[in-house]
Design a protein around this ligand. Structure first.
Ligand code: NAD
Length: 298
């Protein structure tokens, strides 16, 4: 399949590499030329703009930081909608608010292009391994069309409902993730302050009722999980500012639904404090720094 891939960051680059590995032909675009070069070295063609990338392809995939970037890439004079052929599909895997996804779908439909929201979970490790979970919002026919392409980048491809429902699933998951990470950071810090060996405490939690992904796969305490950002100075992984963005999306969506998110609001303030202290670029598990000094690298 001929695909345009726009947004080659921590997630987008390994996802695009997996499309190439699976035999797809890729046009790529990113503002960061080093990221583009990595994909060109692997066999992709560099494009001068999103418009140029989208010209002549069957599908455009975007993996960008936030809704404002997606809007710019889609609607600018040199944007995707200016170049894409009628009938070609746009798949946005960025995490954005459901209302924006629905607005982009409307805009794309006016030009004869199906738009799919397909945010992911699984982190940079899942992106590299091709084991991401895709949460797909689209009508059933379009979902079936994009499923084989998504399967080149992910293991679980889940149809969540019509447009926007992929983003609903994603922001609810990340609301929970932001809360559980803060909870694990709090419990680990309390245990250590009271004198228990952190490895013993993590071992107990991970075989007890407190176990969760934040404790067993991505523990925020250094040295518990070798592959977790906590064990490399909180570098790489999922940035605090991106978690803050997702909690903001959840808070906004909750407001529109008149639904309380008590713990989410508190978690948002914790990550906001991290960001204010200059730690927005560290992995979000560095929230443990609010509890004690764990020697994070800046
Ligand atoms: P990132 O910041 O590493 O990458 C974003 C890329 O988009 C960068 O290469 C940047 O240069 C590019 N970009 C920005 N504006 C652009 C424009 N106008 N035109 C072209 N390229 C542009 O972000 P990431 O970690 O890859 O995350 C991307 C999305 O995936 C975000 O919405 C994030 O919330 C979501 N996400 C991230 C993770 C993770 O673990 N990092 C996990 C799941 C979902």
């Amino acid at each position: 399949m001929k695909i345009a891939f726009i947004g080659l960051g921590n997630m987008g680059a390994p996802m695009a590499l997996n499309l190439l590995k699976n035999g797809h032909t890729l046009n790529v675009f990113d503002l960061n030329q080093a990221a583009v070069q990595t994909l060109v070295d692997a066999g992709a063609s560099a494009s001068a703009s999103p418009k140029a990338a989208a010209t002549g392809v069957e599908c455009v995939v975007t993996m960008l930081p936030a809704a404002a970037h997606v809007k710019r890439v889609l609607t600018a004079d040199d944007g995707v909608l200016a170049g894409i052929a009628r009938g070609a599909t746009i798949v946005d895997s960025s995490t954005i608010d459901p209302a924006s996804a629905q607005a982009f779908a409307k805009l794309a439909a006016e030009r004869g292009n199906p738009f799919v929201d397909a945010p992911v979970s699984g982190g940079t490790g899942g992106a590299a391994a091709g084991t991401l979970t895709f949460m797909v919002g689209a009508n059933a026919g379009v979902y079936e069309q994009v499923k084989p392409m998504l399967a080149a980048m992910g293991k679980n491809i889940v149809h969540c409902g019509d447009t926007g429902m992929g983003q609903v699933a994603k922001i609810c998951n990340n609301l929970l993730l932001g809360i559980t990470m803060a909870g694990v950071a709090e419990a680990m810090s309390l245990g250590v302050a009271l004198g228990i060996d952190p490895k013993v405490l993590a071992g107990i939690v991970n075989t007890s009722t407190g176990r969760c992904w934040s404790s067993d796969t991505y523990n925020p305490y250094p040295g518990i999980v070798e592959t977790a950002p906590a064990s490399r100075g909180y570098t790489g992984g999922f940035g605090t500012d991106l978690m803050l963005k997702d909690l903001g999306l959840a808070a906004d969506a909750a407001k529109s639904a008149k639904q309380p998110v008590y713990l989410g609001a508190l978690a948002q303030q914790l990550y906001q404090t991290m960001s204010k202290h200059g730690d927005g670029g560290l992995d979000f598990s560095s929230v443990i720094k609010l509890y004690h000094d764990v020697g994070a690298k800046r």
